[in-house]
Design a protein around this ligand. Structure first.
Ligand SMILES: NC(=O)c1ccc[n+]([C@@H]2O[C@H](COP(=O)([O-])OP(=O)(O)OC[C@H]3O[C@@H](n4cnc5c(N)ncnc54)[C@H](OP(=O)(O)O)[C@@H]3O)[C@@H](O)[C@H]2O)c1
Length: 255
């Protein structure tokens, strides 16, 4: 991995000599460590022409460098956050940590396994979704007061923790505050576009981590954010890393 921006190593004085930008695992981890919580990061991989899926899945756009930074975001988070559609389509099953994740989380003083929080009105998240039934720690269902009571009961019986914030749609500002109040302030959102649009409209996104995959795919795929009611957000470039023709960009949202 090679850091293009910022030109100096994190922690180096501004007037220090330029380093060669090569990032070992420790330097990459420093770059992707969350600032003080609460902090909400949204991750996406897109083709160079802006497609957010290929054949209905993100996996076909992803590659080794993308998986590496996505893993870091998850390893260093208190909680993963996803929309119900992504949880189902991408077959989320909660975090099942390997030795590196376990060691990294212990080193950072984090809980051994971060739970996954799924946002839903109840329409798209069945109680037997793997994200509920296969998770090693209880997943959190962030839902609404008017979600069907039998659905809410079924999620709970299947092992999830159900949090209600909002009447007809999830109040994401309240949802993020509810996660932070449970000690889950480093929030790693892994999509999809509808949830990202709703998070932007709620004004709760702190950082975008965007992988530009070296692919042109055309077609009718959506962009990374969807939905109405979003004021244009101005971004500040935080870092650019490259490997294998791929750009891994971190932007901070200016509030
Ligand atoms: N390229 C990437 O990095 C990436 C990452 C993730 C996903 N994807 C792709 O994106 C596609 C899915 O994206 P998507 O936009 O359709 O789905 P999504 O954002 O994952 O989920 C949308 C669903 O989330 C729930 N939701 C979102 N905001 C809500 C709110 N404020 N209140 C209540 N519920 C809310 C709703 O669920 P209910 O219908 O249950 O109410 C909504 O239908 C898939 O093709 C996936 O592969 C790509």
């Amino acid at each position: 991995m090679h850091r293009i921006w910022p030109p100096h190593a994190a922690g180096a004085p501004d007037d220090g000599p330029l380093d060669d930008g090569q990032l070992d695992e420790a330097a990459l981890e420093r770059l992707y460590t969350y600032p003080a919580p609460p902090w909400l990061v949204v991750n996406f991989v897109a083709s160079a022409d802006g497609a957010v899926e290929l054949g209905g899945r993100a996996a076909a756009l992803s590659n080794a460098p993308d998986r590496r930074v996505l893993q870091l975001g998850s390893d260093l988070a208190d909680v993963l956050l996803v929309g119900a559609t992504t949880a189902v389509v991408e077959e989320f099953r909660g975090v099942h940590p390997d030795a590196q994740t376990t060691q990294r989380r212990a080193r950072h003083g984090l809980a051994p396994i971060p739970p996954t929080a799924v946002v839903t009105t109840g329409r798209s998240l069945p109680a037997d979704a793997p994200v509920v039934t296969e998770a090693l720690v209880p997943s959190i269902v962030l839902t609404t007061a008017d979600a069907p009571p039998d659905k809410r009961r079924a999620w709970t019986e299947a092992g999830a923790t159900v949090l209600v914030t909002g009447e007809h749609t999830v109040d994401l500002r309240a949802g993020v505050a509810a996660l932070a109040a449970r000690g889950l302030g480093r929030i790693d959102c892994e999509g999809g576009p509808r949830l990202f649009g709703a998070l932007l409209a709620a004004g709760v996104v702190d950082e975008l981590r965007l992988t530009v995959s070296p692919l042109l795919v055309a077609g009718a795929a959506e962009r990374i954010a969807a939905g109405a009611g979003v004021e244009p957000a101005t971004l500040e470039l935080a870092s650019v890393v490259t490997e294998a023709d791929t750009l891994l960009v971190r932007y901070l949202l200016r509030r």
